[in-house]
Design a protein around this ligand. Structure first.
Ligand code: SAM
Ligand code: SF4
Length: 321
């Protein structure tokens, strides 16, 4: 079992399988980065899988594949199949922008994927074009329909931003509600890679909008999920991720692995250790030691809530969010 210095059990690994993306979301990767990690530096699926096995053997029971855009990585369903075959009761999920989901949903499901989070910030094509800097909405909505059709459990992620999509909170909530999908509103997290003029909506503001139409009750936190949950009177639950609130960290159970093998203890900070050499040389014992050391050094909390002019340098497209 992996326990950090603040007595939190770490049982959740998020793997960013590529930092590349086919969108240029204003809050994440508004421009193509100067230097992509060269393709030859990216771990092969066999290498990533060697590390996933170490993690599972040490007590990880939840794995999420993310990116960049994970569906850009050819044959990603094979990687999912490897993990599922190793431990079929693992909670295996993916986060995607949904653009390529229509053609891959069935393969992902057949390989063992159970749940998928799709990022939908707007239901208006021209706003989607503005946020992602590409005409994306049609493909994304078709991808969601296909994911539901093949039997994946779908959750929607929305980052509400003032002047962009702040008037669509209820529309997105209702789009999800009628389709039986949960929605999580993610407070915009500042980072040096994002466009500078973005102003996110805070949880209080979101709740005012939702409260203008629905009565809801505060359900608090649920297990290790970073979401603060709320329930409408008809039983529909939605979540808000509030990184500026310390509660976000007190139950944190996750570590992150990048495509080039950096193991990251906290989304906010730059600190990381590489497992690349260990897995490429087949030194599994060394990979396990690095895993334990990263868990040991996991900070108590992020600094989104208490920064004084300091902004996170971590790129969401590198860490997978
Ligand atoms: N490309 C995939 C996608 O967009 O879903 C997976 C990677 S993306 C980095 C994972 C999640 O991080 C998405 O839901 C995205 O909205 C969220 N995200 C990216 N940058 C963010 C930011 N600055 N603040 C809050 N959420 C962010
Ligand atoms: Fe790409 Fe996802 Fe970042 Fe948007 S949020 S640029 S889709 S990685």
């Amino acid at each position: 079992m992996l326990i950090d210095s603040f007595d939190r059990r770490v049982d959740y690994l998020r793997i960013s399988v590529t930092e590349r993306c086919n969108f240029r979301c204003q809050y994440c990767m508004p421009e193509k980065p100067f230097s992509w990690v060269p393709k030859e530096n990216i771990l092969r699926f066999e290498e990533l899988f060697a590390f996933v096995k170490v993690c599972i053997d040490e007590g990880i029971n939840k794995v999420r594949i993310t990116g960049g855009e994970p569906l850009l990585r050819e044959d990603i369903h094979h990687f999912i199949g490897m993990i599922y075959t190793y431990k079929n009761d693992i909670d295996l999920a993916m986060t995607t922008n949904g653009y390529l989901l229509k053609q891959s949903a069935q393969k992902l499901y057949d390989a063992g994927l159970k749940r998928i989070n799709v990022s939908i910030d707007t239901l208006r094509p021209h706003v989607a074009q503005q946020i992602a800097q590409k005409d994306v909405l049609g493909n994304v909505l078709e991808g969601v329909n296909e994911a539901l059709r093949v039997g994946l459990r779908v959750k929607i992620n929305m980052v509400p931003m003032k002047g962009l999509n702040d008037n669509e909170i209820l529309d997105v909530l209702e789009y999800c509600k009628v389709r039986g999908m949960s929605v999580r509103f993610i407070e915009y997290m500042e980072n040096v890679h994002a466009q500078v003029d973005i102003e996110g909506m805070k949880s209080k503001e979101l709740l005012t909008v939702i409260g203008s139409k629905y009565h809801y009750t505060d359900e608090g936190f649920d297990g290790h999920s970073p979401s603060h949950y709320y329930q409408l009177d008809d039983g529909y639950r939605f979540g808000i991720i509030e990184p500026y609130n310390d509660d976000f960290c007190s139950t944190c159970n996750r570590i992150r692995l990048t495509a080039e093998g950096l193991l990251i203890p906290c989304l906010y900070f730059d600190e990381a250790m590489s497992i690349k050499e260990a897995v490429q040389s087949g030194n599994i014992a060394q990979a396990a030691l690095i895993l334990k050391e990263v868990v040991r050094t996991k900070p108590e909390k992020n600094r989104w809530g208490d920064t004084e002019g300091e902004v996170s340098k971590r790129a969401f497209y590198e860490t997978g969010g």
